[in-house]
Design a protein around this ligand. Structure first.
Ligand SMILES: *Cc1c(COP(=O)(O)O)cnc(C)c1O
Length: 377
């Protein structure tokens, strides 16, 4: 098998999904499985389904189509508002979408009539993250303007906090949905679904700090990594190592640790400061930023240090490693959610499902708690 390669331990994903779904169901909250982090990879989709998750969601219409290609006929929600050219496929392949513009609903209504189909939608409310969403004060007007559509049905309200600004969701953010639902039902508009956020809202649910009326969460990162990036939360009884990345050493030499010469103005991620540590044994991997986000890699062997990297290479300091590495040896990494997303997006990285579970050591997940929050959900 060619390297680099991500190994998918689907049994661990299934376990995570089962544990988190059951936790949410006990609180009368439905768990939607979000597949965008792995481009709706069929083994991950299957792991979600085996865990009893019966409603899937993705932000990309291409992934929604992939979910259909794998044969899933249950409910699928498109998480990101469709662009003009995506309206037809949205109606054809998704059951619901989350929107924040009347323009989008007009497109979807026209298309739904054309295809003779019904389609549901949730209105995204911007409760403070300042990514997408109708402002709370404008939701009632918004609903007035769209009440005459026939083929698209209002299903409820959604919020998303913790992906863009790094703001953490609190009870006060999410309770805005509950208040709006109250206002809408007083004007005769039924609000069956209150979709209270992503994995960062799962952290709130576990602390019993989610408003009672929330009956749906959309979970991606939590199911895949058993953790949440922005809070650094590790979920009880879950695996953090369902994904591992393997890469090959293509050079190993003892070299001075200091670069020679003047530094340019442009600072590169992960390689901006160097300390003179004298001569070090350094390994160069055939793995780079075109394959994976560097700061989401955690070496499985903790006596290896990542010095930095470029598009095609990663430099490791293996001076104090107990293993004697040679050219051609493989090095393994645990992956943060951002590293999972980027490696699945890279065509250079092979994806290998691992079916049987070997009982390896359980990864101390708090190593993943670094702040690459903008790469989150
Ligand atoms: C990505 C996404 C999610 C899932 O986020 P996680 O943090 O991975 O759980 C939920 N809702 C929306 C709108 C998203 O785009």
């Amino acid at each position: 098998m060619r390297l680099p390669m991500v190994k998918i331990h689907s049994g661990k994903i299934r376990h995570n999904a089962r544990v988190l779904k059951e936790q949410l169901n006990r609180k009368h909250i439905a768990c939607i499985g979000v597949t965008k982090g792995v481009l709706a990879h069929p083994d991950v989709v299957n792991a979600f389904l085996d865990a009893g998750i019966d409603h899937l969601a993705d932000s990309r219409i291409q992934n929604v189509k992939r979910i259909r290609d794998w044969g899933f006929t249950g409910e699928v929600t498109l998480l990101r508002a469709p662009m003009n050219a995506e309206a037809a496929e949205t109606i054809a392949f998704a059951d619901n979408c989350i929107i924040s513009e009347i323009h989008t609903l007009e497109k979807l209504e026209t298309e739904a009539r054309k295809q003779g189909k019904n389609h549901g939608y949730l209105v995204m409310v911007d409760v403070g993250d300042r990514r997408e969403g109708v402002l709370p004060a404008q939701v009632l007007n918004f609903m007035e303007a769209v009440k005459d559509f026939t083929n698209i049905q209002f299903k409820g309200l959604a919020a998303n906090v913790g992906c863009f600004s790094g703001v953490l969701p609190t009870y006060d953010h999410i309770v805005v949905l509950e208040e709006l639902a109250q206002t809408l039902s007083e004007s005769g508009i039924d609000v069956p679904v209150i979709s209270g956020g992503n994995t960062s809202s799962l952290v709130l649910a576990n602390r019993n700090e989610l408003p009672e009326s929330v009956n749906q969460l959309r979970i991606g990162e939590g199911l895949l990594t058993g953790s949440e990036t922005v809070t650094g939360e590790i979920f009880d009884n879950t695996y953090q190592d369902a994904f591992r990345l393997k890469a090959e050493i293509i050079e190993i030499k003892k070299k001075p640790s200091m670069p020679v010469g003047e530094k340019g103005d442009v600072l590169f991620e992960g390689s901006s400061t160097f300390f003179d540590k004298g001569d070090r044994l350094r390994a160069v991997l055939a793995l780079g930023r075109q394959d994976v986000m560097l700061n989401g890699l955690i070496p499985v062997e903790d006596d290896i240090e990542i010095e930095g990297g470029s598009s095609d290479h990663i430099i490791l300091d293996v001076t104090t490693a107990s293993q004697r590495y040679a050219v051609g040896d493989e090095v393994e990494f645990y992956l943060s959610y951002s590293a999972i997303v980027t490696s699945f997006t890279s065509p250079y990285v092979q994806k290998l499902p691992i079916l049987e579970e070997r009982s390896g050591k359980k990864f101390e997940g708090n190593k993943t708690a670094h702040s690459d929050s903008n790469e989150g959900g």
